[in-house]
Design a binder for this molecule. Structure first.
Ligand code: ATP
Ligand code: MG
Length: 429
């Protein structure tokens, strides 16, 4: 036998029955996005490397050490597997002039790639669902974003998700804070780790995002950006809070919340759970009013978030939110291979009536005994067996036998006019 190949480390196959959860989750998200009037956008998985370097900022975990970048062998272009999707959405909006007639509310779902150390809740290929509202400046859209995520947790039946909120203010306010921050960290240079020393002058705000336990006390006592905010920034933050307060969405203000990308300003937020160990952030986002301009568009404000699908599904599993597994409505039992062409023609008509049917498949030598076929029918979870025996077919009929409630009950149905009776096979008919 040839040597076995395995998936790339940190990149997972999503197999049945788990994939059913994914499909259910994606379907709930689509429904919810439609109720908030967000429209789907799909951008390429590969983008020019420069998009992320420029968009996310050079001194970020992602750009410094997590990107899968490569040179196109054929034309030498510098390319990167997308580590996130906001930059791509903004690129697409600029490239296609999506904002020419006003703001756009968009959402996406798909795989992202980051070269990180694989562990629970942290993979190298993972999936995000994200919402972006481009071209809206008001605090009400920041709040709408948060309400959208909050509604999603409710739809999914997720408990124990808490919201942390902060304001990063505007660039000028950040500059003042930055000076205070550098002065503070310089006074405590002996307590800085290597990462922090390196970032002290390039990106000191990022130090606040450190995951190093030894630095927590230092970082906790650092000057707070929120104390450097001017009137307009404070009013924006107040408005977001007022909307959340009336909507009954609880939050705590975390002055240390800075997020991993450089592009944020004003409102930033994260939804966090204590149930997933150290990978507890399930969703993060905020306002990014300067990114569109930075990527070459006409200046326009924007706000968005992204959630980690694996982490949300893990949390759902943890909370016992098991979804019923999909089962076919019916299992087709076919004693004689000679009947296959006629049977498969009938199955097409049954499926066209909206009924799911799993067809018994033979070994290549024969269809197998009735006993073994019924065993497979039982294992499939189907509620009905459709028995296409020679006698039935000769009469122009199929026997429908109940395998679950009232097991054993059977009746004959005609092979013509399938639509008249097939719908009764459906679970919720
Ligand atoms: P973390 O601090 O956990 O590294 P992040 O700030 O890098 O997260 P974002 O870039 O904000 O994460 O991405 C949004 C969400 O995507 C995260 O909150 C998380 O749920 C999920 N996520 C990020 N990186 C990974 C990963 N490597 N594997 C699985 N999920 C991830
Ligand atoms: Mg990260």
């Amino acid at each position: 036998m040839a040597e076995k190949l395995s998936a790339v480390k940190g990149m997972n196959d999503i197999l049945p029955p788990d994939s059913a959860r994914w499909e259910w989750f994606e379907q709930e998200v689509r429904g919810l996005m439609a109720r908030f009037a967000y429209r789907n956008i799909r951008t390429p998985i590969v983008e020019p490397t420069a998009l992320f370097v420029r968009g996310l900022g050079e001194v970020t975990d992602i750009v410094e050490k997590e990107m899968y970048s490569f040179e196109d062998r054929l034309n030498g272009e510098q390319l990167t597997l997308r580590p996130e999707c906001t930059a791509g959405v903004v690129r697409a909006a600029v490239e296609h002039n999506l904002l020419y007639d006003g703001g756009k509310r968009l959402y996406y779902m798909g795989p992202m790639f980051r070269h990180e150390r694989p562990q629970r809740g942290r993979y190298r290929q993972f999936h995000q669902i994200g919402a972006e509202a481009l071209g809206f400046a008001g605090a009400e859209v920041d709040a709408e974003m948060i309400l959208l995520a909050d509604a999603l947790w409710k739809v999914l039946g997720l408990n124990d998700v808490s919201l942390e909120l902060n304001s990063l203010g505007q660039p000028e306010e950040r500059r003042q804070h930055r000076a205070a921050l550098i002065a503070y960290f310089e006074r405590h240079a002996d307590q800085l780790d290597e990462d922090a020393k390196r970032r002290l002058h390039s990106n000191p705000l990022r130090i606040l995002d450190t995951k190093n336990p030894a630095m927590q006390a230092l970082v906790n006592a650092a000057p707070r950006l929120i104390d450097h905010l001017g009137e307009a920034s404070l009013a924006h933050f107040q408005q977001v809070r007022a909307i959340l307060d009336v909507a009954g969405v609880a939050y705590t203000i975390n002055p240390r919340l800075v997020r991993g990308m450089d592009y944020y300003n004003l409102t930033v937020f994260e939804f966090i759970t204590t149930h997933l160990g150290s990978q507890g952030t399930i969703c993060g986002g905020g306002r990014y009013d300067y990114l569109i301009e930075q990527i070459g568009g006409k200046p326009a404000p924007a706000v968005g978030w992204a959630l980690g699908v694996e982490r949300v599904l893990e949390l759902l599993k943890e909370q016992g939110g098991a979804r019923p597994q999909p089962v076919p409505d019916a299992y087709a039992i076919i004693p004689d291979a000679a009947a296959l062409p006629r049977v498969m023609q009938v199955l097409q008509a049954i499926r066209a009536a909206g009924v799911s049917v799993q067809m018994h498949a033979g070994t290549g030598e024969g269809m197998g005994s009735m006993k073994s076929q019924f065993k497979k029918a039982d294992a499939s979870g189907a509620r009905h067996a459709l028995i296409f025996g020679a006698d039935e077919l000769a009469r122009g009929e199929v026997t429908v036998k109940s395998l679950r409630d009232g097991a054993g009950a059977q009746r004959a149905e005609p092979l013509v006019a399938v639509a008249d009776w097939a719908h009764r096979l459906k679970l919720h008919a």
